[in-house]
Design a protein around this ligand. Structure first.
Ligand code: URA
Length: 237
């Protein structure tokens, strides 16, 4: 693939902008400046640097973020900065999208991709993907709260809509681990409210079989490895 097209496919701007980056000597391959935008390279294991930052060619982007509090899952946020400000510009340039959304005050595991099919499969409710939330409650947790969440609650603002947790385990007086397979707006907060308690803090620890890695600090992102993708699908087994 010609270098100009290759750099463009990785989110570094329009074809013209990528051509200019190359002509300006800002793109290196194997440590050597390549200033011919038409030079051909194989994309297999192709590594390059733009403005001294190293990149590897990836046909599609699959990423995870440890979402910090105070960020909105939107390209046009209203009250808080966008989560997309946490990514380098080429990733935003290749139009990664979050797979589902977390509230601005929710923390934890959030996946991103620019692969439309992947986004569709992992964000549609069809697959019934389990997501695990660590919930801190305002009032002490009771046996009856756990039972209500497992049996199903009628959402206060959606009469007739019953939603049940697929798992619910108490960790401490104010902590529970709740697994849901639906992706409705504010669902955990609405379920806990309908069951007579209140969410004080919310953290997503798992999507499918993938757990938020302990070494991924809040606000940091990384590419999903092949092993992560296996883990993601592992809940189906
Ligand atoms: N449920 C909520 O209430 N908020 C989230 O951010 C995710 C699930």
């Amino acid at each position: 693939m010609q270098l100009e097209r290759l750099i463009h496919s990785q989110g570094f701007g329009s074809r013209k902008e990528c051509r200019e980056l190359i002509r300006a000597g800002l793109v290196t391959v194997n440590g050597e400046i390549v200033d011919n935008p038409r030079e051909d390279f194989s994309t297999a294991n192709f590594r390059f640097a733009v403005d001294d930052e190293e990149w590897e060619f990836r046909d599609k982007a699959y990423l995870m973020l440890h979402k910090p509090p105070g960020f909105e899952c939107s390209h046009a946020p209203q009250f808080h900065p966008s989560i997309y400000t946490l990514f380098p510009y080429p990733l935003v340039g290749r139009e990664i999208q979050s797979i589902g959304r977390l509230d601005q005050d929710t923390t934890g595991l959030l996946l991103f991709s620019d692969d439309g099919q992947f986004i569709h499969v992992w964000s549609s409710g069809k697959k019934q993907i389990p997501k695990v939330y660590e919930v801190t409650t305002k009032h002490p947790i009771t046996e009856s709260l756990l039972k209500t969440l497992l049996d199903g609650v009628e959402l206060n603002d959606e009469p007739g809509v019953i939603v049940a947790a697929s798992a619910c385990e108490q960790g401490s007086e104010h902590q529970l681990s709740l697994t849901i397979t639906e992706g409705k707006y504010h669902l955990v907060k609405r379920m806990v409210a309908a069951a007579g308690n209140r969410v004080e803090a919310l953290h997503r620890s798992h999507v499918g079989g993938l757990r938020l890695p302990a070494d991924l600090a809040e606000g940091k992102w990384r590419w999903l490895s092949d092993e992560d993708l296996v883990q993601l699908n592992a809940w189906q087994a």
